[in-house]
Design a protein. Sequence first.
Length: 474
Amino acid sequence: MSLSFGDHFGIAPEEFEKTGAFDPILDVDTRLFIDPALLRGVTVEELAASHDTVVEYFSDVLLVVSRIEVEGDVMWRKADKMLTFPEVAGLSIGYASSGTSGSGMGADLRARLLATVRQIVKAGVSDPAIFEIVGIFEEGVGPDRISDMIAKIISRDLIRFTQRVCSILGIPMEVHRLKQLGLEEDLPTHPIQNTPIILVPREILRDLPVAEGYADVRWIAEQNEALRDSLNDLIGSAWKESTLSDQKRLLRQKFIEVPDVLREIIRSYQEEDPERYDFKLDRKGEVIWYRTSKRLPKEVPLELKLSDMPTLDEVYGVVIAICEHFRDLVENKQLARLLHDDRSRPKRESAAQLLFFGIASAYCEANNLDLSPESNAGRGPVDFKMSRGFNGKVLVEVKLTSNPQLTHGFEAQLPIYQRAEGTQRGVYLVIDNGRSSEGRMDSFKELVSRAGITAPQVLWVDGTIRPSASRADN
C-alpha cells in the first residue's frame, strides 16, 4: 500500500502537520502546485525571500531576451538555457506521466515560449510577472510547468525547509547528489527508489494557480473601460466557440498589438490576495482518500483469501469482492460524501479513482495478500497483479456517469479483453453521481447488455449522497 512520507518514518500526523509541510504520499503525485502568487506573503522563514528570488531570476531572463538579435544567436541560446526547468525530483506534486518522476519543459515548448516572450518584450512589456501568468496565453504551459519553474528557482530554499523539518521530527537524512540542481545536500531518502525527497510548505500550494482566473477576455474587458474597445473583437460568440488553443493564440496577438491589455492583467494579478489550498475541505479529493483508506479495514473489515498459486478465477473473485465492498462503503457507510465537496458538488473523477485505489490497497494489505493493486500514480485503471504464479491481471476502471467518455471507455476496452485470450479480465466500476441524463444512461446500459461475455464486468455504484440512517428515520 502507498505510504505517506510521515507514516513511513513513524511520525504522528498531528506532529507532522505542526511543521507546516505537506506530507507527500510516496509514489502518488498529488495534483497540487506551487503558486508563485502565494510566495508574496509566505510565513515560512526559509522562503521569506523566495518571491524576490523569482522576480530577480525572471528579470535576468528578460534582460537576455531584450538583447537577442536573431533566433538561435548567443543570447537566444542563453535565454533558452535559463528557461530549461527540469522537474525537481522528489516533490511528489504535479502531473507525472508515470509514478512520481516528471519530465519538465521540453525543447519545443521552450522555443515557443521564448518566441512569445521576445515579441512581448519588443512590444514594450518587460515585467518579470509575465512568466508567472504565462499559462494563460501560451499553450502547453499549465500549472505543472509553472510549478516546475518556481521549484527550480527556489530549490535551495525548499531544501533548507526540508532539512529543518526533518531535524525537528528526527527524520534521518543522507547526502544526495541533485544532478538537475548541481548540488549535494543532506536530504531524506525515498524508501523504494533510493532518491531524495524534498518537502514543500502547505501554504504555497494550490490546485490551480491564481493566474488561471485571468484567461477570460470578458473578465479583462470588465476591469478597464479604456481597454474595452480594444477587446471588442474578441468578445462574444466567437470567443465562446473557439478552442482553448485558439483563445490562447488570440490573447497572445492582443498582448502584442495592445500591450496595455497585458499590463492591466499583470496589475490585477499582482494585487490579488490569493488563498492557499484548503487541506481540511480538500474539495478536489487529493488527500482525504489516504487516511480514510488506512482506517477502513479496522472499522469495516473484509476477509479475503487466495491460495498459494491462485488461478485467474481466484484473483478475479477477490477483485470482485473488493469492488462490491467498495460499493457497500459508498452506498451504506457514508463514503459517498468523500466523492462530493462541502457544497455537495461531485468531485472530479480522479478523487473516486484515488479512493478506490487506496481502499483496494488497504484491504489487500490487511489480509496479507500477495496481490498488488498498481496504477499510474493512483489514477486511471487499477491493475491487480501477483508477484508470483499467476501472470495475468485483473483490471478495474473507475468511471463517473458524468464522464462524457463513459461509453467510449467501455467500447475501447472490449477489443483489449478479446485479445487477452483468457489471461486478463476487467471490471468497469461505474459510479452514478447523478450528473447524467436518463437517456444517456439507458443508451449505455443497452450497450452493456449487448456486449457479450468477453466484455468487462460492469458494477454499478450509487455515488449520490444519502441521508444517514438516523436522519432517514427522522
